[in-house]
Design a protein around this ligand. Structure first.
Ligand code: HEM
Length: 136
């Protein structure tokens, strides 16, 4: 993830997150389709969860260029998710679901370079998470 990736991802996020409800509804729809086993980890009421996800992604977008803040936050998130019963392989499903949700929201404005930038940024976050999980 380089500074061009960060700028590109932030620009896309600014548009997609203008409607956080639509974005996060699309995200969980894709996640539960890609990984049906993940549905049982959540309660029935997804509204609060959608809000928390939108806020956290928004926070992450703001600190992508601030490693000293991003890495500890990602490590805390990873440790909490161990407690929710997640398997490590489920993070790649979340990455795929996020890309699909962005495609839904941004349509043709989401091009191949955007996808590649999001994959690198999510991949960097996932690497920190998996590294943390492997230590627990
Ligand atoms: C990097 C990607 C992810 C982000 C940013 C994220 C974000 C969040 C946030 C903000 C919460 C609220 C509680 C907390 O902060 O600890 C949460 C809870 C949770 N997340 Fe994630 N999450 C991610 C990946 C996943 C994946 C891949 C799954 C399952 C396949 C998952 C399952 C859960 C569950 C089960 C809870 C608890 C829900 C409850 O309290 O009922 N998360 N997540």
């Amino acid at each position: 993830m380089n500074s061009d990736d960060i700028e590109r991802v932030r620009q896309g996020w600014a548009v997609a997150a203008a409607d956080p409800e639509a974005l996060t509804t699309a995200f969980y729809g894709h996640l539960f389709r890609i990984d049906p086993t993940s549905r049982a980890l959540f309660g029935e009421d997804m509204a609060a969860q959608r809000g928390k996800l939108a806020l956290t992604l928004d926070f992450i977008m703001g600190v992508l260029d601030d490693t000293d803040t991003l890495v500890p936050a990602a490590r805390d998130l990873a440790r909490r998710h161990v407690g929710y019963g997640l398997r490590p392989d489920q993070y790649s499903h979340a990455g795929a679901a996020l890309i699909h949700a962005l495609e839904d929201q941004l349509g043709t404005a989401f091009g191949a370079e955007d996808r590649a930038a999001w994959e690198r940024v999510y991949g960097a976050l996932e690497a920190v998470i998996l590294d943390t999980i492997s230590e627990t």
